[in-house]
Design a binder for this molecule. Sequence first.
Ligand code: UP6
Length: 262
Amino acid sequence: RRFMPFSKRVNHCVNPVAKKLLEIIEEKKTNLCVSADVTTTKELLELAEKVGPEICVLKTHMDIIKDFSGETACMLVGLAMKHNFLLLEDRKFADIGNTVKMQYTSGKFFISSWADLVTVHTISGPGVLQALKEAAFDANKPRGCVIIGELSSAGNLITADYSSASMVLAAEHFDFVSGFVSQNSLSSRPGLIHFTPGVSLGCNGDNLGQQYSDPDHVVTQRGSDVIIVGRGIIMDANPGEAARKYKEAAWAAYEKRLLAAV
Ligand code: UP6
């Protein structure tokens, strides 16, 4: 996986959203995901408009948007179409299957109707993947999930055994699993995409346990495919320009990794 170009990996995807994402990455030459951790619809849409041309994925935490409504989701989907990026709702589902199914499809956020991808913890076992898959089937749109295989925060309780057990669960649902959120390469399958948060060009961490590495390190040394950047971009005075900087750094690192294989 690490040494295969994105363009070749497309043919190895079982999940349609993973395939679409690799196509976008290749077309826009960007393996940057911006984490839109803002708290109002206005800020969210403004940010999406500014960073849209530079990204392959916009990651949201919709439950922090104070004034979320159906219009927020509609407008965001419009911007995703305009700039050709996917939406990843970072809900980190962690309950039993039946509850997750309701959290995914109903409530205030009706996530399955607008998010191409969602993040999920495997702590509750295979039922959670089955539940998301069934709900996605009902939504009748291409949908996928990203399994939290590792976390970036200091002292987190995920062990190597937990991460490998998550890979086993993923293997049972390759039609619905698009990839992993991880710090290291967890699977060599070319059809699965590794997303890595905890990326910054200037900081080592925050005062709440976040740990940062730079884009070159996570892509060339740890085998990440898509870097996830939040505050490094959204707190910048010019988020569009900052996104371009991160995009260039992550893409250069990807090209360097490919050359290392030759
Ligand atoms: N995130 C992590 N680490 C993980 C998983 N997810 O930081 O292991 C998410 C956070 C946040 C974003 O929920 O939305 O990625 C990172 O933001 P930052 O770049 O501002 O630290």
